[in-house]
Ligand binder design. Structure first.
Ligand SMILES: NC(=O)C1=CN([C@@H]2O[C@H](COP(=O)(O)OP(=O)(O)OC[C@H]3O[C@@H](n4cnc5c(N)ncnc54)[C@H](OP(=O)(O)O)[C@@H]3O)[C@@H](O)[C@H]2O)C=CC1
Ligand SMILES: O=C1O[C@H](COP(=O)(O)O)[C@@H](O)[C@H](O)[C@H]1O
Length: 490
């Protein structure tokens, strides 16, 4: 496909701090390649990789080619790969040394928008900002992309955000939550607001409860040191699950502008009923996996993973009941569940509707099964509605059956490739659209709510409940939802 010369896609200098790190190699460089392949990069857009070690341009190109060969799922298109390589440029410096940035100016194109991606530990975001400023590299249209997690509690997130705010205005800051870039998460917004069928049936009059599950098959993936400081609450719930919940629960935004959407999301976060020491046991369950089996293979427990300490109270699984104290959702619980080493990778939102107000078929069915809307986030992306139908036939008694309207993305959009979340997010950032990025007040509101839970867990001093790898988490999570006369989707 040809290079995009559309004036809306401006030329960018995409400055990738931490270009040899895991995230850059696995996600960011492949995403830029895919954007190039799709003709979505301006012909003058370049990728300036920055890292600490001295490396020749040739060696850098070799390292990027290796990353693309390893992490791009399809066979590389050689024409695109050659064009992509010409966009690359390498610069070596320590990110905390202002003197080391002196030569950067010469590399940058004065006509391009500078997009800085900090694929580094958040502890040095401020230092990088300082180096850029000291060297006069921050202009009004310069942007910065920050990776999650922003801090590990409200206080530390404020410190990081304040450091970045010394150098960049909020409109220049793009905080990544890659779930917001997933096709299916964006489709959730379209589903809600482009269909009157759902828009008028989206509140406590019609909906009984909502379940959001993000189950991962993987364990810690060699990241024990990072993960043990974070746990599933900080790694997944504080960001990805609360973002998805906000999109499910928010009121219609005035329009699709970044701040209109973010205003609505933050209102949801502000309405979350606090969970603290007084209600922590009824509303949360935390677990840690022990050795078990996944797809027939034996896998180690959390405490036996590479780099593990002998003891840790870190949770690898969280289940929780979340109540939203506002007009729309009063009395409608949201059940969230996320864990590592679950039987399969499986993420979905299931909206359980209420039973019909009157059962005309009570002679046949004491309880009619309720309608369910399932939004499959990954894999097998799609949307499914469970409903009752009459079984065709001349029988004297009507027979009903639950059936599914199933819109599978792979069947319905056969020729469309499902882009990786990072492709969408990098593109939006280069276009200057912040709608799919998280605003500071959202991050802080999410931390405020999560800190209360984390503090209550710490105060309780109770270890997480064990669950064998390859299971759906501790039995206590089943007990939690059963107490409400409901059951997890399996
Ligand atoms: N990996 C992933 O899938 C995800 C990562 N993230 C976040 O993205 C960020 C990057 O993660 P990841 O790629 O895994 O981390 P890595 O440790 O693999 O990469 C970070 C890179 O930053 C470089 N770096 C750190 N400090 C300096 C410095 N002072 N000067 C120069 N280079 C420096 C490191 O270089 P060196 O090797 O020389 O130290 C390294 O190449 C983190 O904030 C992480 O939490 C978020 C979601 C997923
Ligand atoms: O941010 C993170 O997300 C991944 C899960 O992402 P997905 O797109 O594969 O669902 C998770 O494994 C990782 O621990 C976390 O940091």
């Amino acid at each position: 496909m040809a290079v995009n010369k559309d004036s809306s896609v401006k030329s960018c200098d995409f400055v990738l701090f931490g270009t040899m790190g895991d995230l850059a190699r696995r996600k960011l460089l492949p995403a830029m390649y895919q954007l190039d392949r799709a003709g979505l990069l301006h012909e003058d857009t370049r990728i300036v990789g920055i890292a600490r070690s001295e490396m020749s341009q040739e060696d850098y190109v070799g390292a990027v080619q290796k990353a693309l060969n390893t992490f791009v799922k399809e066979t590389l298109d050689q024409t695109v790969a050659e064009r992509f390589i010409k966009r690359l440029c390498y610069y070596a410096t320590d990110f905390t040394d202002p003197a080391g940035f002196k030569g950067l100016q010469k590399i940058l194109n004065p006509n391009s928008v500078m997009v800085n991606y900090f694929a580094t530990p958040p502890s040095i975001y401020g230092a990088i900002g300082n180096c850029l400023k000291e060297n006069g590299l921050i202009k009004a249209d310069t942007r910065v992309v920050l990776e999650k997690p922003i801090g590990n509690d409200l206080e530390s997130s404020k410190v990081i955000n304040n450091q970045v705010a010394e150098y960049f205005a909020e409109k220049q800051i793009y905080r990544i939550d890659h779930y917001l870039g997933k096709e299916t998460v964006q489709n959730l917004v379209a589903l809600r607001f482009a269909n009157s069928l759902f828009s008028s049936k989206w509140d406590n009059r019609t909906i009984d409860h909502v379940q959001i599950t993000v189950a991962e098959e993987v364990g810690i993936e060699g990241r024990w040191g990072y993960f043990d400081e974070a746990g599933q609450m900080r790694d997944m719930i504080q960001n990805h699950l609360l973002q998805v919940l906000s999109l499910v629960a928010m009121d219609p935004p005035v329009n699709l502008d970044a701040d209109s959407i973010r205003d609505e999301k933050v209102k949801v976060l502000k309405s979350l009923r606090p969970i603290d020491q007084t209600n922590i046991y009824e509303n949360t369950v935390r677990g840690q996996y022990t050795a078990g089996f996944l797809k027939g293979e034996s896998v180690p427990g959390y405490l036996e993973e590479e780099g593990a300490k002998t003891d840790s109270n870190c949770e690898t699984f969280v289940a929780m009941r979340v109540d939203i104290d506002n007009w729309r959702w009063a009395g409608v619980p949201f059940y969230l569940r996320s864990g590592k080493r679950m039987p399969t990778k499986h993420s979905e939102i299931v909206v359980h509707f209420k039973n019909p107000p009157h059962n005309l078929y009570k002679d046949l069915y004491r309880d009619l099964p309720a309608n369910k809307l399932t939004i499959r986030l990954q894999p097998h992306e799609g949307v499914e509605i469970q409903m009752m139908n009459k079984v065709p036939g001349l029988d004297s008694t009507t027979r009903l059956q639950t059936t599914k309207l199933d819109l599978s993305f792979s069947d319905t959009f056969k020729n469309e490739r499902i882009a990786d979340a990072y492709e969408r997010l990098l593109l939006e950032c280069m276009l200057g659209n912040q709608a799919l990025f998280v605003r500071r007040d959202e991050v802080e509101q999410a931390w405020t709510w999560c800190d209360s839970i984390l503090n209550a867990w710490e105060a309780s001093n109770e270890p997480p409940k064990n669950y064998p790898a390859g299971s759906w988490g501790p039995v206590a999570s089943v007990a939690m939802i059963t107490r409400d006369n409901r059951a997890w989707e399996e």
